[in-house]
Ligand binder design. Sequence first.
Ligand code: KIV
Ligand code: ZN
Length: 399
Amino acid sequence: MSIHHPSFGKLDDHRVIMFDTTLRDGEQSPGFSMTLEEKLRMADALHELGVDVIEAGFAIASPGDFESVQAISKRFGKDGPVIASLSRAAPADILRSAEALKPAARKRIHIVLATSDLHMRVKLRMSREEVLELTSSSVALARQHAEDVEWSAEDGSRSDPDFLCRCAEAAIRAGATTINIPDTVGYSMPEDMGRIFSDLRARVPGIEGVVLSAHNHNDLGMAVANTIAAIRGGARQVETTINGIGERAGNASLEEVAMAFRTRRDALPYRTNIETRNILRTSRLLATITGFDVQPNKAIVGRNAFAHESGIHQDGVLKDASTYEIMTPESVGWTKSSLVLGKHSGRAAFRDKLRALGYTVGDNQLNDAFRRFKDLADRKKVVYDEDIVALVDDEIVRD
Ligand code: KIV
Ligand code: ZN
């Protein structure tokens, strides 16, 4: 199976488009707003990371968002990423996106319209027929301004499956080139996701000619698992953010999805253009810009993601890192794994640390120093290099 896409040309079945929404959905999280200059720095970093699409903002949301979409559109040429701007299914929104995207060498208008009964009744106050009609007219209008148009079914995962299929069909007929099914409120289980996507593939006429896309929120901590399930069900675009930032509990994190593809090629035979060695620095840049660090145990980019404290693990890592590491720290931009000394650490890691600090010890000296280290470690959470030096410097001569 292959698709001819207006922005990417021929796409084979193993290629996954990475759509980054750090600057749009990510920026919507409280406290994460960025200045224009910061967004441009992030856009450059995302480009170096190899994302295929940068959602630069929601052009009609504010003059600042318009300006950012426009400035990011001017930033890249034909070899750069596709720049997307979000719009509701309203002519004013679509025209504002089109205007902001005018300078872009590669552009996408992204339209979102809710399709769940709950959202249609309470929020849109529209009938199913009206939503179907608006799907067609909004996509047709967007196609007058861009060849590449994405249509998103907001709250798609909680929508009636038959109606969702009808909407997707209407969007494709009107010219949408990507169909995105968001799990807007992070409600789905992986098996629901898989079914939604395989159902669409099986039932919607014309679906084989467009890219199916997944956009998962993390309210139940399942955004990445749902993204992988969507891929298995037939999605070939994933919408993610750096560090998993985004509305409420955030979106599926780019680094986790990209490393799942890379680490589990056996189970996930897909290709992205992500240069994984740039992951850590992109994550750090976002943290510096927003002032929000990731938690220490965050997969891939957290301070402890490649740190080992327990003696058993440290001993294994010293013998062969693959005993306790499923990917190399270098593959995501760390310089090396770290053996953190604490009360669970063993003699092998302690001796290794002494060696690294320039001390060569015999067995008796090691036993004695190790006993004193354990006493200290019981009192302190982490034992730093300076603590070790203070512990042994009087007794052991440095090389
Ligand atoms: O979560 C959501 O439904 C969205 C859409 C705008 C794609 O962010
Ligand atoms: Zn979202």
